[in-house]
Design a protein around this ligand. Sequence first.
Ligand SMILES: Nc1ncnc2c1ncn2[C@@H]1O[C@H](COP(=O)(O)OP(=O)(O)OP(=O)(O)O)[C@@H](O)[C@H]1O
Length: 391
Amino acid sequence: MIEAVGLTKRYGDKTAVYNLSFQVRPGAVTGFLGPNGSGKSTTMRMILGLDNPTAGHVTIGGYPYRRLPNAPRQVGALLDAKAVHGGRAARNHLLSLAQLSGIPARRVDEVLGVVGLQDVARKRSKGFSLGMGQRLGIAAALLGDPQVLLFDEPVNGLDPEGILWVRNLMKALAAEGRTVFVSSHLMSEMALTADHLIVIGRGQLLADMSVKDFISANSADFARVRTPDTEPQGREKLSSALAEAGGQVLPEQDGALRVTGLPLPRISDIAHDTGVRLWELSPHQASLEEAYMRMTQGAVDYRSTVDQKAGLQQPLPPGAQPPMPVPGQGQPGWYAPPPPQQGGPQPAAPQAAPANPYAQSPAPYAQSPTPGAPAPAPVPATDPTKPEDAR
Ligand SMILES: Nc1ncnc2c1ncn2[C@@H]1O[C@H](COP(=O)(O)OP(=O)(O)OP(=O)(O)O)[C@@H](O)[C@H]1O
């Protein structure tokens, strides 16, 4: 098991990871999600003892990585597939790693077979495609037959067959009782691969829960309603009637309406009463992708101006910082409407820059996983996560 407690990393005045506490348990694939620059790689490097935390600590099987007995046999990692000596043949690269860790040469041939590189084993890796490089990195991670595996973006550059192979490999490793911690940007892939999710934004924990709970906690059930394209006035009439009845109505890009807060039979009755014909009335639940977008929308460091122009993101006033998202409280956006207001938290209204957008209370789904675990680092009076530059 991997356990992080109050993990914090600062580079100068940049806080890459702040007060992160979580556990990664054996026998499951745990997905590690977060927008670009949210601190995933930094966290993985601290787990592997490649970076020292500024505060807090992280252990594997109860030990910091550097004090773990026989670490290469216990922990395998793929961090950067390009970090290989390109002039060396794939097999020689693995052989040198094996020799350093006292792993027999036959294991090298075994893992080459597992990742499907046996036919190019004697070729120099500098000629490898991105996908072949990923496979070689995965082979290196598997070399010591470790119980704990970390993969940073393992499907980068893989074709659909390669992605399926990685998915099955991760699941098989977890089914053998191993601890599998895998970062990815591909939400749809995580939905198919991971059992559990740890989501971070700007270095802070946003969610620590099963994939199923993540979706139901963050996604909103909604109805898609479509009126005949030839009758735009019917669409307007229905929108007003639905809003009057307490529904929230948002236009979809294809001209349909996205309605929350009203059950399907009620929508049907309202359409009937207003004399509007329907071409579609269908129930939907936001996907993992949508739930993730909703949760991290305020924690994205880099966003395209084109997204704003296309209405995919709420434009912010000049110089304003987006508010940090609070799980369960959606932020207005194109991806999914706010959840129905049934006594739950009210969705956040579009906001100009709050005085201190990052000084939020802990996310409701991000409690420390271990009751009685050591208290995380105290929150300093100054805001440590404030980015150096306005993005
Ligand atoms: N060695 C370093 N020196 C200074 N800043 C760093 C260093 N390493 C990371 N950072 C900063 O810390 C933040 C987190 O970076 P990190 O690479 O951990 O994010 P990430 O979630 O892995 O991003 P991505 O998904 O884009 O790979 C970023 O703002 C990054 O610029």
